[in-house]
Ligand binder design. Structure first.
Ligand SMILES: [Mn+2]
Length: 328
């Protein structure tokens, strides 16, 4: 443990050195931005500028209208990146980096992530699957290096930690998480109510879609629950294919269910989105087999068509069966 910490502290020192060394810094994160990815990127930008106001820092990627209040994103179309430092946050594989076609266009790359590694990349790669969120990692980086963490950066980090821990529910919420958040809230008067409203207020359509799912999902004898949302259903409940991605986390804590999944036909983007959660069996490897991935207990994949849907259902049900057998 002490060795692990020593290694981590070295890494944090080295990351700070690189921030000091480069004048142009670009920050990216995974496609389909979520509050941790956005909070970490925008928070890191504020953190760098709070401490090194002369640096040029850009946060890139596709804008997420749902989280627009978290801050503006930048455009680097005309930026010469050959002497720039690139941060890739919260992204385990190259293909999911938002807004960057080739990381080799940058002089130096730092990866910071808490997903299991899929692609090894980065001149520095700080990956720790025990961390609740990348926001938590960057916050501890800031405190350990005695950096000034301003109010805006603190708000972003708080938002990401709250969101990725499911409001301190998931088991990688550790004493360290509470310690960091406690310091953060002591240092700044943060309007947590506003942040919780932004994260958790939902449209009536989305809530009704959740009702439809709860009413109509199939639950197998092995404890696997799933539903397939066709285009008709999506249209009936507001025509927004991002809803299932939020809803899936709310189906937790059902006695009869240990793994659950939503398959969503996204006709506009011509794909089938698969969101999977578990409160027992590890499911990430199954989704990796189909080209997706994520965390051990929270994973997903985007399929080009529905030809693999039946196989995924079969594989997930089998994982549940084996898990039940092993834990009988
Ligand atoms: Mn994350």
């Amino acid at each position: 443990m002490i060795l692990q910490n020593r290694k981590e502290n070295k890494m944090k020192e080295k990351i700070l050195e690189k921030i000091k060394e480069f004048n142009t810094i670009v920050i990216s994160r995974h496609i389909g931005a979520d509050p941790d990815a956005l909070g970490a990127s925008i928070g890191l930008k504020h953190l760098i500028l709070d401490n090194f106001p002369k640096k040029k820092v850009y946060v890139i990627g596709v804008y997420a209208s749902k989280f627009k209040s978290m801050g503006k994103l930048d455009n680097i179309d005309n930026l010469d990146t050959s002497n720039a430092l690139l941060f890739v946050l919260d992204t385990p594989n190259l293909i999911r980096i938002d807004g960057i076609s080739n990381i080799n266009d940058f002089k130096y790359v730092i990866k910071i992530d808490h997903h299991p590694t899929i692609d090894k990349f980065g001149d520095i790669s700080w990956v720790d699957t025990k961390e609740s969120s990348v926001c938590q990692m960057i916050l501890s980086f800031a405190y350990d290096n005695n950096l000034k963490v301003g109010k805006e950066a603190s708000e972003k980090f708080f938002t990401g930690i709250v969101s990725d821990t499911g409001r301190f529910l998931y088991d990688y919420t550790t004493p360290k998480t509470y310690e960091l958040v406690s310091k953060l809230l002591s240092d700044h008067k943060i309007n947590t109510t506003e942040i919780f409203n932004m994260l958790y207020s939902r449209s009536l359509e989305e809530v009704r879609l959740q009702g439809y799912i709860e009413e109509n999902m199939t639950v197998t004898d092995n404890g696997f629950a799933y539903i397939i949302l066709t285009d008709d259903i999506i249209k009936k409940y507001g025509d927004d294919t991002s809803y299932p991605g939020d809803i899936v986390s709310n189906l937790n804590n059902i006695d009869e269910v240990i793994v659950w999944s939503i398959f969503t036909y996204d006709v506009k983007n011509d794909l089938v989105k698969v969101n999977v959660r578990s409160r027992g069996p590890v499911i990430s490897h199954i989704l990796e087999n189909y080209g997706g991935g994520g965390h051990a207990l929270a994973s997903g994949v985007r399929l080009k068509d529905d030809s693999k849907v039946k196989n995924i259902i079969k594989d997930l049900d089998k994982v549940c069966m084996e898990y039940n057998k092993a834990n009988d």
